[in-house]
Write a protein that binds this ligand. Structure first.
Ligand code: ZN
Ligand code: ZN
Ligand code: FE
Length: 724
């Protein structure tokens, strides 16, 4: 029995995972052998649903073996690989409960399925060219042009010619186009209405990827792992992928073929393609070929489809390596819906997440299931997808939901949706949710200081928060410090127009004088009429909410140094600022300048106003930094240097606040910590000063982690809140 316990861990098949192991002595019940039994239909569903898994090396070998009966068969799979989550209709995970139920196995497949020594023993999606799904090539009107291998080869040909091909894959459609063809890529951008946001690139193999990008060891592991996410890797100088893939971006979101279909396609194509999710910008990806014809008809020229239905859309995940560890930026295929574990038993809570990059989460016992990335809940397609996932989640696990958690923002779709359940609602402040997600995934307990920085979150005082330092203990949390507030003329419009954030900051510094600073690029970004209108908004404080957002501070600096006056996608200005800083830092000559940086001022709040309860103790004043930046622009200092010193200054103020707070553990969380440089400088600074920094690894630092944090809130504070 002891040996069994030991070998259960050491001799695991490649994909088996042990989430928890407890031993217990039981009376013998008289079993004579080892067998795998049919699942009982009436039992409560077993909780673990596996994610979709990239093709394994055995299947890969068979796929390209001319004498194998599955030679070039695009749906080859085995118990170690293939679709799972994207084909499950209900639990238990048996073939009749998956979208494979429409395919009857041929006798050869059935024999493998029934044979305990076969690699395909109980492989639910088991299939072959005789009995399984097939591919088909359609034109944009849905006319069939070719079948099976011919369809794939024709698809290869069309891609080579620069056409846009919508390819039905594992969890949805990809839009593919030759990544070396700048004209074709630009056409895809135009059709998809995606101006500048980076596009993912699928390379035929690791070798070709390495020719174009720097790939470090951990990055290689990620790229070739069963999860096979998109990995952010650094572009090489001689990289021949079109610049329009990710304009001005030193990184490429690269991935390798992870299904047999992609593998065959890429093998015969022999060069990289754009593999972006098959949707219009901001809509969820398509899963059904007939729906795809309608929704993608205006984008794709051809459709490579198949007849294995997709039960739910699952996007490609995005990951990167930072500070020597892997970090997930978008959690979907390969990861969802594997649970995270809590140390305590949890009530069954459904958490509805935030508004952007939404995910939902469900706690059952000690397990917290986080959904795949759903997206921004900005349009009816996205909100329908959200409702479907919520329903799906409750049904798959047959959950008896006791409470519903959501964001504090009254206008979020997800917040309003909480009313549907007729259950007690727990509203969780956005930046606290970020912090608690980080706490939970790092398996630490309070007290901690959380640096929670992002673009937007509804504050306890109704203002737009986003530059928060939260002190969290077992019983309560307090806003220990915050970024000095400034006004955002036009509110939400400032997200797309960094020059508005900059003007808000200039107005805070110089009052009406700000509007005559025509020497500054920010002012030049407005035409005369618009400047008048925006000035009025600020002067009269109309539609000009107060914000403490670090994301908007990044925007303001990007505008002041004229890197970006308008953002074409969320976070573009902040990314441009990071890349500018990156250029400065990667030139080693520059670092000889020494240690000077921009000094944010830490102000004790009770010296300004009488200390009210629940008011932060410290305020981080950006005024001296902005004044210095304006001065440096005039002196002709290189903008890369300004961008770098701004990052360094932020990292230093994090350390200063941590010193005031005095807690050893410091969490770095929120969308701003997608910024590699900020995270690296922050961690480095904190460590040097003797603190223990924590950041995100398994769930994204951005709003994809909100749902998880909402559940942790319920675990930590529910009892405390009830007793109040
Ligand atoms: Zn396999
Ligand atoms: Zn078969
Ligand atoms: Fe956020």
């Amino acid at each position: 029995m002891d040996e069994f316990t030991v070998r259960l861990c050491t001799d695991l098949p490649p994909l088996a995972r042990i989430l928890s192991l407890e031993t217990q002595q039981l009376e013998p019940v008289g079993f004579k052998g080892f067998e795998i039994r049919h699942s009982e239909q009436d039992g409560s569903p077993s909780a673990l649903i596996l994610p979709d898994i990239a093709i394994c090396s055995d299947c890969r070998r068979e796929l390209f073996d001319p004498i194998d009966r599955r030679y070039l068969y695009p749906f080859i799979n085995c118990t170690n690989c293939g679709p799972r989550y994207s084909i499950i209709l209900r639990l238990p995970y048996d073939r009749q409960n998956t979208t494979m139920n429409r395919f009857r196995m041929c006798s050869e497949c059935q024999n493998e399925y029934d044979n305990p020594t076969s690699r395909r023993f109980h492989a639910q999606p088991n299939a072959c060219p005789v009995c399984g799904p097939t591919v088909e090539l359609w034109d944009a009107s849905g006319n069939s042009l070719a079948l099976s291998s011919e369809a794939i080869m024709a698809g290869v040909d069309l891609l080579k010619k620069g056409f846009i091909v919508a390819v039905k894959g594992l969890g949805g459609f990809h839009l593919m186009v030759d990544a070396l063809n700048d004209v074709a890529v630009k056409r895809l951008r135009q059709q998809k209405r995606r101006e500048a946001k980076p596009l993912a690139v699928m390379f035929p193999n690791l070798m070709m990827l390495k020719d174009n990008c720097e790939v470090e060891l951990l990055e290689e592991r990620l790229l070739t792992s069963p999860e096979s996410p998109i990995v952010l890797v650094q572009r090489k100088a001689n990289c021949n992928v079109a610049e329009s893939i990710a304009p001005g971006n030193p990184y490429i979101g690269a991935l390798l073929p992870y299904t047999p279909l992609h593998l065959i396609l890429m093998h015969f194509l022999g060069s990289p393609v754009v593999a972006t999710s098959g949707n219009l910008t901001d809509e969820p990806i398509c899963i059904d070929e007939y729906e795809a014809l309608k929704r993608l008809g205006g984008i794709a020229d051809y459709f490579l489809v198949h007849n294995r239905p997709i039960a739910r859309y699952v996007d490609d995940s995005i990951a990167r390596v930072i500070l020597g560890r892997e970090q997930i930026l978008r959690r979907a295929r390969g990861y969802a819906p594997l649970p995270l574990r809590s140390c305590k038993n949890l009530p069954t809570i459904l958490a509805l997440g935030g508004h952007l990059k939404n995910t939902v989460a469900l706690s059952i016992g000690k397990e917290i299931f986080i959904s795949h990335h759903i997206g921004d809940l900005e349009n009816s397609e996205a909100t329908e997808a959200f409702e479907k996932v919520v329903k799906d989640f409750s049904e798959l696990w047959d959950a008896d939901i006791k409470e519903v958690a959501c964001d504090l923002h009254p206008d979020y779709f997800s917040t309003r949706y909480a009313e549907h359940f007729d259950k007690p609602i727990i509203k969780v402040q956005h930046h606290l949710a970020h912090s608690l997600a980080c706490l939970l995934e790092n398996e630490i307990e309070p007290p901690v200081l959380a640096v929670s920085w992002d673009g937007t979150g509804y504050g306890l005082d109704g203002a737009i928060w986003g530059g928060e330092f939260l002190k969290i203990d077992e019983k309560d949390f307090e806003r220990f410090a915050f970024l000095k507030p400034f006004t955002l003329p036009g509110g939400d419009q400032a997200v797309r127009e960094p020059c508005r954030s900059a003007l808000g900051i200039l107005y805070a510094l110089y009052g009406d004088m700000a509007f005559s600073r025509m020497d500054l690029p920010t002012l030049k970004a407005f035409d005369r009429d618009k400047l008048k209108i925006v000035a009025q908004l600020l002067k009269k404080q109309v539609n000009s909410p107060l914000t403490t957002s670090a994301g908007r501070l990044f925007d303001a600096v990007a505008s002041l140094i004229d890197i970006r006056q308008h953002s074409r996608f969320e976070g573009e200005a902040a990314m441009a600022l990071e890349f500018a800083a990156h250029n400065f830092k990667s030139d080693k000559e520059n670092l000889k300048y020494g240690n000077f940086s921009y000094d944010f001022k830490l102000v004790e709040v009770d010296k300004l106003i009488p200390l009210k309860s629940k008011y932060p103790a410290f305020l981080v004043d950006w005024s001296p930094v902005i004044v210095q930046i304006i001065d440096d622009i005039k002196r002709g200092i290189n903008i890369s240097q300004i961008a770098y010193l701004f990052h360094l200054g932020l990292a230093e103020i994090i350390v200063k606040v941590a010193e005031q707070c005095g807690l050893e553990r410091v969490l770095l969380t929120g969308g701003c910590f997608q910024n590699r440089m900020l995270t690296e400088l922050g961690v480095e600074g904190l460590r040097k000063a003797g603190f223990k920094p924590y950041w995100h690894q398994r769930v994204p630092p951005g709003d994809g982690g909100i749902a998880l944090g909402q559940i942790k809130f319920a675990e930590l504070y529910n009892e405390v809140l009830k007793n109040r």
